[in-house]
Design a protein around this ligand. Structure first.
Ligand code: BES
Ligand code: MN
Ligand code: ZN
Length: 466
């Protein structure tokens, strides 16, 4: 699908011309006013559409009146949803060319392009019959550069979603490393098992031991021209989470190829940086491995030593993400960055607490957490802060090591958070739990079933605004 900009879309002979309609107001097309509003009483609620044949009265074959809700409630998020809904409608009627002639009082180019690309998304690589889509969309009343920015965001999300949707047999730790090495505009270092061992990453290494797929520690670095800030983003990269010896039941294991959604997010963001050239230094870090119950697997009762020397008693091999993140956090803190953000499909508890509506966020710096939450609001992603009270550490106390990797089931998202905090030193840190938002088992909002690219929009915006 090609996205273009033109200010003369009224004369384009497209299959569909989409126009906006605010509740209680007329539209820019007389035809639409006569039939949609006056005759049929179309209200123009956000996301609702009304289709009209033009029979040669204007160059476009059809007009799609796109409900945009109330004018004073219409912003970037609403624009994205409105465009998404109309493009979905256009696909249903097998349209190939479309134009958007929205007149909504602001430049909706970025949100429009993102909405269109989200609507165009399909994971049909393994399908003989590919999904039907539009060939071309032209936006009017927008700046070329805002559409370009939207395309950059759309591509980053697609990149992350494709990777997280891929079967684990494809998206292995080595494959993630290969992908990272092929990203332009960043330098990438990949460490193998022996090097991981030499770096003292005993917690991460233990998780990888039950799999025949070797672990890969991935460190990407982007350097802007006038570096104003240094940020490290760490993505949980468990390419498949079987639970290990504490094996998951089949129903819980079914989607566990998505347990590298944090890593996919980091790769999508790192891949997008070259298109925006922000004045920031960004480190993208992934401790990739599988969590499998093979002969070499780590066992409940094992005691692991992380890179910072702290010891961990393995209470449950299914709490593997925090073990890999522990070593990645210590590594990131040693880089001398200003801020570290980790993003992870970390706990079922976070999914129970917040569902698919919001990701959990916690950390050691209220201002940073607040800025991420605000960036999310403007990007269309919700984050809800969970506490890191020291009481949560009580259940992680061990008789034989510095801590256990799991404790009480209650407050599980925060317990994982305080565990991670043990590996954070002298840096502003935020932890984002996307267990509920990364992967959908049915279509929701602007997403089809499967991977959503959770965190991509927010982290990319956050970096660009830094
Ligand atoms: N990858 C899972 C968390 C998860 C669950 C993500 C559901 C997405 C959907 C994580 O590694 C895990 O297994 N966590 C356990 C921790 C428990 C053993 C303390 C959990 O949440 O059950
Ligand atoms: Mn697990
Ligand atoms: Zn996991």
């Amino acid at each position: 699908m090609e996205i273009k900009v033109s200010n003369d879309v009224k004369n384009l002979a497209v299959d569909v011309l989409a126009i906006n309609m605010f509740e209680g107001e007329k539209t820019s097309q007389e035809l639409a006013n006569t039939y949609a509003i006056d005759r049929d009483g179309f209200k123009g609620k956000l996301g609702e559409t009304y289709l009209l044949q033009t029979y040669g009265q204007i160059p476009a074959q059809k007009i799609l009146v796109t409900g945009c809700g109330k004018r004073d409630e219409f912003g970037e998020n609403e624009a994205r949803i409105a465009v998404y809904k109309s493009v979905k409608k256009m696909q249903q009627m097998f349209a190939k060319t479309a134009a958007f002639d929205f007149d909504c009082g602001f430049d909706y180019g970025k949100s429009g392009a993102i909405g269109a690309m989200l609507a165009d998304y399909a994971f049909d690589k393994y399908k003989s019959k590919k999904a039907a889509g539009l060939d071309e969309i032209t936006f009017a009343n927008v700046l070329e550069e805002s559409v370009k920015a939207g395309i950059g965001f759309g591509k980053a999300m697609k990149f992350a979603r494709d990777l997280a949707n891929e079967p684990a047999a494809y998206a292995t730790p080595s494959k993630l490393a290969e992908i990272a090495q092929n990203i332009e505009g960043v330098t990438t270092e990949v460490y193998n098992k022996d090097e991981i061992e030499r770096m003292g990453m005993g917690a991460y290494l233990a998780v990888s031991k039950g799999s025949v797929e070797p672990p890969r520690f991935i460190h990407m670095k982007y350097t802007g021209k006038n570096v104003k800030k240094k940020i490290a983003i760490i993505g949980k990269g468990i390419c498949f989470d079987s639970g290990g010896l504490d094996l998951k039941p089949p129903s819980s294991m079914l989607t566990m190829r998505d347990d590298m959604s944090g890593a996919a997010c980091v790769l999508g963001v790192m891949n997008a940086l070259k298109e925006f050239n922000p004045d920031v230094e960004v480190h993208g870090i992934i401790a990739a491995c599988e969590n499998m119950p093979g002969c070499g697997a780590y066992k409940p009762g094992d005691i692991l030593t992380a890179k910072n020397g702290k010891t961990i008693e393995v209470d449950n091999t299914d709490a593997e993400g925090r073990l890999t993140l522990a070593d990645a956090l210590v590594y990131a803190c040693e880089l001398g960055v200003d801020e570290v953000i980790d993003i992870a499909t970390l706990t079922g508890a976070c999914m129970v607490a917040l569902g698919t509506a919001a990701a959990g966020i916690m950390g050691n710096d209220e201002d940073m957490i607040h800025r991420i939450i605000e960036t999310g609001k403007n990007s269309g992603e919700k984050f809800w802060q969970l506490p890191l009270y020291k009481e949560y550490f009580d259940s992680l106390k061990s008789d034989i090591a510095d801590m256990k990797n799991t404790g009480s089931r209650n407050g599980g998202a925060s317990a994982a958070g305080v565990f991670l905090q043990e590996f954070v030193k002298d840096v502003k840190w935020a932890h984002i739990d996307i267990a509920g938002t990364a992967f959908l088992d049915k279509p929701e909002k602007e997403f089809i079933k499967g991977a959503t690219g959770s965190g991509v929009r927010t982290l990319l915006s956050y970096i660009l605004n830094s």
